[in-house]
Ligand binder design. Structure first.
Ligand SMILES: NC(=O)c1ccc[n+]([C@@H]2O[C@H](COP(=O)([O-])OP(=O)(O)OC[C@H]3O[C@@H](n4cnc5c(N)ncnc54)[C@H](OP(=O)(O)O)[C@@H]3O)[C@@H](O)[C@H]2O)c1
Length: 310
């Protein structure tokens, strides 16, 4: 069998295949010739998302909280990717339920189905001891998954790209506001990474098909900025004079608590919790460089965002 037909025979199931990152993983895997299942609670969204693509994934209806639908989605798959997010808790959809229990259940269902590779998307800063319920659940989820299935854990820094909820918002607000509010004193360090580079890294790991074993990758962009430096860089790219004003984190937490009652949540408490800590890839863990991926600069991503919004 040729390596092309081997690739086609490998089924990859992507939970979160309609998401900001997940849809790019799906697209990159299809381009590489894999057979891809994009899992969603709303499979009609899959057809709409990929309607203009040369190849479309198989749309699978499943909820990560529903074991029967999960078992069907992973049956016969070679690789399973968990790119499910939960940024705000609703009823029984708590951080603990989705990021720990359901993530471990998905890993167990994959193990029972003899899946060969399991990839969990987590985030830089995940910490099972954290005081933040979100960051703690991400850390506990990593442990629960890795102890169920020797997994590849991907921890991206904040991801950027057209239709993101970070850089696009900053670009829009910097254009709009006469004075821009900082998170605290603006000293938190970030390493924004282009979402396409993260999707490329994941498709590369699936293509490489390493023999089992746990590993952690931290994926950051080419430059580390303090939040203040990042805002100044965006303003420089947009050719705008920016005026910054520090706002204490306690005030942001109150604003985020109120914002979470809005139908489209513009700001969440876990975002504030994440912004209190540096979000930079660890030097002693592999990242984009070890995967031979040349990361995109923020100036290129800003141009792409501006073009998409024209
Ligand atoms: N965005 C960032 O900057 C960033 C940074 C670091 C880490 N991460 C991590 O990267 C991962 C992907 O994030 P994202 O920003 O791409 O997420 P997103 O755009 O919010 O997409 C979330 C995906 O999760 C799916 N989903 C949610 N609940 C589900 C459930 N109960 N059952 C099945 N699917 C469910 C959604 O599918 P349907 O709604 O179609 O069912 C959607 O495809 C997450 O783990 C996130 O924490 C993100």
């Amino acid at each position: 069998m040729t390596s092309d037909s081997l690739t086609q025979k490998r089924i990859v199931t992507v939970f979160g295949g309609t998401g900001f990152l997940g849809r790019r993983i799906v697209r990159r895997l299809l381009e590489k010739g894999f057979t891809v299942r994009a899992v969603s609670r709303h499979p009609d969204r899959v057809a709409a998302l990929f309607s203009l693509d040369a190849r479309a994934p198989e749309a699978i209806r499943a909820d990560i909280l529903d074991p029967a639908s999960v078992a069907l989605a992973v049956a016969g798959a070679h690789t399973v990717v968990n790119a499910v997010s939960l940024y705000v808790e609703h009823g029984n959809r708590t951080f603990e339920r989705v990021h720990v229990k359901a993530a471990a259940d998905l890993a167990a269902a994959s193990r029972n189905s003899r899946v060969e590779q399991f990839i969990l998307i987590s985030g830089i800063g995940s910490d099972p001891q954290s005081e933040s319920s979100y960051i703690r659940a991400r850390g506990r989820g990593e442990h629960a998954v890795a102890s169920t299935f020797p997994s590849v854990i991907i921890r991206p820094s904040v991801m950027t790209g057209p239709d993101d909820t970070f850089l696009t918002v900053l670009v829009r607000l910097i254009r709009l506001l006469p004075v821009y509010p900082l998170f605290g004193d603006g000293g938190t360090r970030l390493q924004p990474v282009y979402v396409g580079d993260v999707a490329e890294a994941i498709s590369h790991l699936i293509d490489r098909n390493d023999p089992g074993g746990s590993s952690i990758f931290e994926l950051g962009g080419p430059q580390v900025y303090t939040y203040e430096e990042l805002l100044r860089e965006i303003a420089r790219q947009l050719d705008i004079q920016i005026r910054l004003i520090p706002i204490p984190f306690e005030v942001w937490s109150v604003l985020a608590r109120m914002a979470e009652f809005l139908p489209a949540v513009p700001l969440t408490r876990n975002q504030i919790d994440l912004m209190r800590r540096d979000n930079v890839a660890a030097a002693d863990l592999p990242g984009l460089k070890q995967l031979d991926i040349e990361p995109h600069y923020i100036s290129e991503v800003i141009r792409a965002i501006e073009q998409a919004n024209r």
